[in-house]
Design a protein around this ligand. Structure first.
Ligand code: 9MR
Length: 380
């Protein structure tokens, strides 16, 4: 299936029959006579498709191995799967020129077998890099590695990726300039970004090539600087006719980082759209470190924060895709990071489904935001 064959209504096909089939295939106990509430409710993919939007979820090979019910939820709710770690440089090319696609292939094949799209994450990122791709590379070495890596990954999955995060987290306007200092910037200068996009476009002309970034939504001085740096960068790229087609707004929500003003966020999305770009929400989840400990109050606050965020984003027609960065609270990066985990020792609840894979108020909030979104044309 080509990414471009995807009709907006595709998500409507994800129904109860399919969920039961998926559950049976994963070995879960299924009682066909007793559908649960999740079976009767329309999937998030279906709600999104009704509005010309696409809804996806990130998942990992580890989750597929360990948690069949999580896979069943993802296949039932999403129209797109995103390998959460398997396409990162250290996983896909652990040694120079030696590629390992076993885990990424398993996830892309899983999506394909169930009629879902895939999204590639991420070709060029300063994290999850093998040691040999670190500082000290000469200009020629870095250029050759970039070219080999991008050509190999993009051509392998050409026609199967809806979109690719080509460069991830390129800005950091705190040091000498607006760009993050990475081995790529050190060796190749700002041109590494344009080069990466050109290589990806050549190897997979159909994928929507995306620049992906975090901390772009809040009404704080710091995030305003990040938005300005991002707009400057996008402007330079578009003026140079670099084939960037979308901005990925990660959407790792963290109320501790400051006020959210929907108008500020919408204004930023409009500014991106005025450059001719789409906007994708690519890594939605919530860090609840400053929300109450009590689960009912915490879930309610997280749901309201997420609903307000998505309502603002989806009010803008440039936003075409929403991807959650995971499925269940049983698996999350948030507790693995001292800057995002809670200080009271409680487990974070960043996702739409709890650790037993039951839908949470956060799932209802996303459904509500999708239901309330204005319709747009066919999503790509
Ligand atoms: O969720 C991912 C976690 O499992 C990995 O250990 C980590 C490093 O590869 O990356 C996490 O995902 C990040 C994503 O790739 C880019 N944006 C921030 C995400 C959360 O850290």
């Amino acid at each position: 299936m080509r990414a471009t064959d995807w009709p907006a209504a595709r998500g409507l096909l994800i129904d109860r029959r399919r969920l039961l089939g998926v559950l049976a295939a994963t070995g879960a106990a299924v009682r066909p006579g007793a559908p649960n509430a999740a079976c009767r409710a329309p999937s998030l993919a279906a709600l999104a498709a009704e509005k010309g939007l696409m809804f996806g979820m990130a998942l990992t090979r580890e989750q597929v191995r360990e948690a069949p019910p999580l896979v069943a939820v993802a296949l039932a709710q999403a129209a797109m799967l995103v390998p959460g770690n398997e396409l990162k440089w250290v996983r896909a090319e652990p040694e120079p020129g030696q590629f390992d696609f076993a885990d990424a292939d398993a996830l892309v094949d899983l999506a394909h077998a169930h009629g879902l799209l895939s999204r590639g994450h991420a070709l060029v990122w300063h994290e999850a890099l093998p040691a040999w791709m670190g500082p000290g590379l000469t200009r020629a070495e870095a250029g050759a590695a970039l070219s080999r890596h991008i050509k190999t990954l993009c051509s392998r999955y050409a026609g199967r990726m809806h979109s690719w995060d080509v460069v991830n987290e390129a800005i950091e306007p705190s040091g000498a300039g607006p760009l993050r200092r990475t081995p790529f910037l050190a060796a190749l200068g700002e041109d590494y970004i344009a080069r990466a996009f050109a290589l990806a476009a050549e190897a997979d002309p159909d994928a929507i090539l995306t620049l992906n970034e975090y901390d772009l939504e809040r009404d704080t001085e710091w995030q305003a600087r990040r938005r300005a740096a991002m707009l400057d960068l996008l402007n330079r790229l578009v003026r140079r006719r670099v084939p960037v087609r979308a901005l990925g707004v990660q959407g790792h929500l963290d109320p501790a980082k400051g006020r959210f003003d929907p108008e500020v966020f919408r204004g930023f999305i409009r500014a991106v759209a005025s450059l001719g770009l789409s906007v994708f929400i690519t890594e939605l989840d919530i860090t609840d470190r400053t929300l109450p400990g009590a689960v009912v109050a915490r879930d309610r606050a997280a749901a309201e924060e997420t609903r307000a965020y998505l309502a603002a984003a989806l009010a803008e027609p440039a936003v075409r895709l929403v991807v959650t960065w995971g499925v269940s609270d049983a698996y999350s990066w948030v507790d693995g990071n001292p800057r995002t985990r809670r200080t009271d020792g409680l487990t974070s609840r960043p996702h739409l489904y709890d650790a037993a894979f039951r839908p949470k108020p956060l799932r209802a909030a996303v459904a509500e935001a999708l239901r309330s979104a204005p319709a747009r044309g066919i999503a790509r």
